[in-house]
Design a protein around this ligand. Structure first.
Ligand code: 5GP
Length: 114
């Protein structure tokens, strides 16, 4: 896959407001937040979309969810609630082709989404 802006953030070639990091996952605030809390959780090893995953990648993608939930607890909004989203390809609204989990919180979120 081609290099994306998120790989540049991982390599610290462009700035980002990083809020969490471990061996496998990096999380940083979205540049165009859609809620008071809008953080992106990305795997350090890039795959373009959910369509590129197999069952062998269950842990790879599961780590994003667990990291997001841990962050929500740590920041104190887990009980109130939040939303996690992974957009896939054009109809899903994906614009950056490096898998990422959106964590949205801090306001009441509508359903169905737009
Ligand atoms: P997608 O639409 O692919 O699901 O989400 C991509 C997200 O990445 C968007 O919410 C967009 O605002 C965010 N984004 C794009 N470029 C940058 C950037 O350079 N820095 C940060 N922090 N977020 C970005």
């Amino acid at each position: 896959m081609t290099d994306t802006i998120f790989n540049k953030i991982i390599r610290r070639e462009i700035p980002a407001d990083i809020v969490y990091e471990d061996e496998h996952v990096l999380a940083f605030r979205d540049i165009n937040p859609q809620a008071p809390v809008h953080v992106l959780f990305i795997p350090k090893v890039a795959k373009a979309t959910l369509n590129d995953l197999s069952m062998d990648d269950a842990e790879y993608v599961g780590r994003l969810m667990v990291a997001a939930a841990s962050y929500a607890k740590q920041e104190g909004f887990a009980e109130k609630g939040y939303r996690t989203v992974i957009n896939c390809n054009h109809d899903g609204g994906q614009t950056v082709f490096h898998i990422h989990l959106h964590l949205l919180a801090g306001r009441s979120l509508h359903w169905p989404p737009g």
